[in-house]
Design a protein. Sequence first.
Length: 823
Amino acid sequence: MSEPVEYDPELIQEKWLPVWDEKAPFRSGNLEDPRPAKYVLDMFPYPSGDLHMGHAEAYALGDVIARYWVQRGFNVMHPIGWDAFGLPAENAAIKRGEDPAAWTYENIATQKASMRRYACSFDWERVLNTCDPEYYRWNQWLFLKMHERGLAYRKDSAVNWCPQDQTVLANEQVVGGRCERCDAVVTKKKLTQWYLRITEYADRLLADMDQLEGQWPDKVLLMQRNWIGRSTGAHVDFEVEGRDEPVTVYTTRPDTLYGSTFFVVAADSDLAAELAAGTQAEEAFRQYRDEVKQASDIDRLATDRPKTGVFLHRYATNPVNGEQLPIYASDYVLADYGTGAVMAVPAHDQRDLDFAKAFDIPIKVVVEADTDPQETGVATADDGLHVNSGPLDGMGKDDAIAAVIEQLAADGKGQSAVNYRLRDWLISRQRYWGTPIPIVHCDSCGEVPVPEDELPVTLPPSEGLDLQPKGTSPLGAATDWVNVDCPSCGGPAKRDTDTMDTFFDSSWYFLRFLNPHNEDAAFSPEDAERWMPVDQYVGGVTHAILHLLYARFFTKVLHDMGLLSITEPFSKLLNQGMVVMDGSAMSKSRGNLVRLSDELGSHGVDSVRLTMVFAGPPEDDIDWNDVSPAGAKKFLARAWRLSGDVTSQPGVDVSTGDPQLRAVTHKAIHEASQAVESFRFNVAVAKTMGLVNAARKAVDSGCGPADPAVREAVEAVAIMLSLVAPYTAEDMWSRLGHEPCVALAGWPVVDESLLVEETVTCVVQVNGKVRARLEVSPEITEQELQAHALSEPSIVQALDGGEPLKVIVRAPKLVNVVLAPLA
RNA sequence: GCGGGAGUGGCGGAAUUGGUAGACGCGCUGGAUUUAGGUUCCAGUGCCUUCGGGUGUGGGGGUUCGAGUCCCCCCUUCCGCACCA
């Protein structure tokens, strides 16, 4: 029998991949499966080209977790699919004349092949693509359910507009005033668009985060909290002369109401236009408003930009003292936050102060402070005693807020209020490659939902459609598709031509995985009871706000619909870092792109996976220049060689093996388990390396290759390595005389009795400095240990005849002898 | 500006509740094997040292018998939000 003597990654990849295809060790569909269920989910990829280094890291980490729980005896569902709708497909279509669908499915095939080669432990029978009608049909169904509940609605408003992509963007997709996708400067445009009423869930999205505390990264929870941006304060009504209705403002500091000296409305709000109409300021206002509209968000972002505005020649009445406050229109007040109008208190709000200084408006201090805003130009926003505030004088902030709200409520001029930064989610997109919105517009019936039994509303073929962005959906040109009979009255009507934001698709895909081909429902509640919530979600921190917030929102909506008992979709979240090169993100233009296929070719799949896992903590970025796939390969070869050295037979009684090596083995298993469960995968690998080193030594210069303890150690190595380096592990397993699959071998059971150490190293310090090390029994008493330590020659010498002031004994690990401090 | 992390050898990184700092690996040095290179195996590797020891986790202070770990100030750096009333 001729054994291969060289570790050849290419060879073992070719050898085992077909075997795994046949055995399908990661199928999770059997309902009779007695193993407890666990749902491990990797964020699904967008199919733009082949997999890259970032995918390789993310999927290597997710795979360690999934494979670990399989080894621990769980029925692990670890599915994968493709987030397949979206702009890149369309852009490729425009640039190269390809069909978005064909382009997408080709890329999916490429990525799928790469994932198989990469040996991800996915259940290949649960694959879904969001661009398949059998998937997006349920997008449409969900949309209609939300429409029914008033959660999907259309409104007319100024929206974020990307002039490059010629489509609207959700607030969340505008990053620093630029389009998240193409980096173009975002402008505003007034359009009628579909929204989801996520703001109705703001309080629950906030409150339920308590469930996630400690399970999600603190950073993500914080980002979500900030994004939701709950604040408490009051709504206050201001009468405006010549207007029937009062104007309401939202403020977090109603206690400073006596310090208000002017009033500001958002320049781009309807209210501003209305107030300006017919005044002598009308022309000036119009001019100013047009300037503001011209200015992009990026201009608005400049922090130290001077305050601008127009006096509207109108006045609002301060409800607490009847003072007449001049009304200004300015762009420093946002139309879509609060009520789009503010009471300005220059002494205690920096923005108001800046404006007051620019427009020479009086500043009235109503909260005592050490500094004078008038002189310093710095508004004082801290707590303090109230002055010049009528009944509030002498009160602190909290008391004053309570008192003024009580007074306002009694007068019918205000009440306490909660406000959120979160806005409703704009989901309409004027693009082709997405889920058609299942609504028909009828002149006589209005917005008519497409009847459920007519779903899906499938996309018309792209052939013949001009996909070039032009501000309206390309679907509008598919006349045969657009013109339909009204489902309500039968008269001529038109389909809605917008498609859904692809974040809609990814907001519930984790539920579709439960039964991706279910034709009767989006998912069955029974399946959800069995599998949900996702036990472990793995993905990039880039989705810390958007995707995760939307998925949480959908889960709550489905809960309210009675389809889910849970209220949070993801119990645990791990955000892996990025793979960078020379300190910066890889990109073609930077010329620092490392191609995954090249790395896999030169080092092998297992070496690349091991490199990803061993590089450091999973949350940290990996600089590919700092790590060593060649080193990883060296280690794998070293481990693999061990499997050929073992001469005992499978099933040999290990209890007779070398006790020293056995102790090392069991300690390594124990520590690696703990490391995996606490996401310290790099440490788990280090422990495995330690065991390999110990086994090597045992074979070469210790108990020898025939000792059963060597087999025990090497089998443990194979199983531990199966999480990270599945090919190498499978080949080792085979060389050790076992049948595949090592992935199902079961995690080695730790014999607790072997973890008990016979001796412990005790450190003896003098004045906190280590002077001696003693090998002592773990059961040694404090008295014995102290006596032992003090009689140790090196300690006697270190004491130099000095009398110990105190001796601290922490048996069995430490003795600290404290001498009188030196003069 | 506001909020949140992070600073440990030449490098990536280890270090339950405060108790041996630098696990594991990369790199480097030396040795063995090899015709040579590569591979493999062994040994060494924080810094200084008069070889007794001294010193050391961004800087400074504090608590403690004892601090990488806890507290205060500062520096550097990364990330998130950014006129949110």
